[in-house]
Design a protein around this ligand. Structure first.
Ligand SMILES: [Zn+2]
Length: 466
């Protein structure tokens, strides 16, 4: 079987030396074959001298500033804080799209949404695009995913490819509908799997949905985050949101404890991040998906690997695009063709090359059915907004109105003062980049699948039909 084949390879061999630094691409990615499935990955030995296993934890809807290791005055995340002390915490990590399905497809491919095809929840990624799971599976890894939100069900997101186990069971009723699974159940399943497979080379992805709406009161004694809006309804919302994060943090702690007592304790690299953040009234938004302000784009990003040191904080501009390139590089495997992500292990060795990196963000209109009602049956790849972040500067562009906003995140991290009238030179520089990004081709799913009534009901209950 595949795992035995893997073990015939000398995965402890010396590293082959530094490969080229992954390019940071500012221009559009041509879709001729690249994102349609061309890949550099062929079966062969894993040569990395470091950990062979990969544990990826994604916390849905978790904005960085609500974790205590990212400066929250409320102790929401002691286990994640401890994880950060074991590796590198990236203080300036950004999502590229504030939506669950597309955001996770980006995490698992290193591609912008229009390059993997999933531009909205309910639109699955293109099946020919290689993912971290398909690549590691082809290398003989045991692969498993345990997801907790309906938007990541296999038929909706198309992320199940390459996983031997893809556990998207949400049969237990949660609130009014079974649109999600609580993190303790997800962790139970993942820990059981880990106990069975820790001695094999593995890729384990655990997705915890708890911080997503509706915010559940777990009875934990946590106050509202005083960095929030502060009016009475918001304080209760923020208190519950903090509880959800603390509840998810406990599950992370349980998984990490199980890993630490397993055969894989010293053999596993760990990545923790989020697909997007959450707005609590900033710039008039509540929730996520409709705008590109940093409330929904600032995410945690923690990387634990012995070659990178401990208790380290990096202010490199990183993004969810970087997860897959980073993992493949640390395993000494080639990156996915035309990925716009960066191998962070290499970037940490040459940070000057990446300080001026540009990261794009984008979002798209409506969930699928409503989109059809408004614009007809053909789903297009036209974004409602695109943004670019370079250093402390951020520009948000509405291509339909040809309107640009510019913010200096260094002095105005909450994006309260649009400087587009003063920063005319910068606006003139950013506008064509943003217009070009907005016009990138979309690689639509190869097979059209209409949402079932059950899927539509659950997407609506999660707030995705707008
Ligand atoms: Zn999400």
């Amino acid at each position: 079987m595949a795992v035995n084949a893997f073990r015939t390879f000398p995965h402890r061999s010396p590293r082959r030396g530094m490969r080229r630094i992954l390019p940071v691409l500012f221009s559009a990615v041509l879709l001729t074959g690249a994102a349609a499935g061309a890949t550099d990955h062929t079966p062969g030995p894993v040569l990395s001298p470091g950990p062979r296993n990969v544990l990826l934890i994604t916390l849905d809807t978790t904005r960085a500033d609500h974790l205590s290791c990212y400066g929250s005055p409320v102790l929401t995340s002691p286990h994640i804080d401890g994880l950060a002390q074991r590796g590198v915490r990236f203080s300036r990590a950004t999502a590229v799209i504030p939506l669950t399905g597309p955001g996770h497809a980006t995490i698992l491919t290193g591609l912008y949404p229009r390059d993997h095809g999933a531009i909205r929840n309910g639109v699955p990624m293109v099946r020919e695009v290689p993912t971290l799971a398909t690549i590691l599976s082809s290398r003989g890894y045991r692969t498993a995913a345990f997801v907790s939100g309906w938007t990541l069900r296999r038929t909706l997101a198309g992320l199940d490819r390459g996983f031997d186990t893809f556990d998207d069971d949400m049969t237990d009723r949660y609130h009014m509908v079974n649109d999600q699974r609580m993190g303790d159940q997800t962790a139970d399943h993942a820990i059981a799997w880990l106990k069975e497979h820790a001695s094999e080379p593995f890729f384990l992805w655990i997705h915890l949905f708890d911080p997503h709406e509706p915010y559940t009161d777990h009875g934990l004694l946590l106050p509202a985050n005083p960095t929030g809006l502060g009016d009475p309804p918001s304080r209760e919302i923020l208190r519950r949101y903090n509880q959800e994060i603390a509840f998810a943090d406990r599950q992370v702690g349980r998984v990490l404890r199980a890993l630490s007592t397993s055969d894989a304790a010293q053999e596993t690299m760990i990545i923790l991040t989020s697909d997007h953040g959450e707005a609590f009234g900033e710039n008039g938004e509540k929730g996520h998906g409709r705008s590109l302000y940093q409330a929904t784009q600032d995410v945690p990003f923690i990387l634990v690997h012995p070659s990178l040191g401990q208790n380290r904080v990096s202010d490199l501009p990183v993004s969810t695009l970087d997860v897959t390139p980073t993992v493949l590089d640390l395993l000494d495997l080639l990156p996915i063709t035309d990925s716009d992500g960066v191998a962070l292990g290499q970037a940490l060795q040459a940070p000057g090359s990446f300080a001026g990196r540009a990261i794009y963000q984008e979002t798209f209109p409506g969930a699928r059915k409503k989109f059809w009602r408004i614009f007809g049956p053909r789903l297009t790849g036209d974004p409602t907004l695109v943004a670019i972040r370079r250093g402390d500067w951020k520009a948000i562009f509405d291509p339909r109105r040809d309107r640009i906003e510019i913010y200096d995140l260094g002095s105005d991290p909450r994006e309260q003062h649009d400087l587009s009238k003063e920063q005319t030179v910068r606006a003139a520089r950013f506008r064509p980049l943003l217009a070009a990004h907005a016009e990138r081709d979309w690689l639509p799913p190869s097979t059209e699948t209409a949402l079932s009534d059950a899927d539509r009901e659950r997407l609506e209950s999660l707030g995705y039909v707008d």
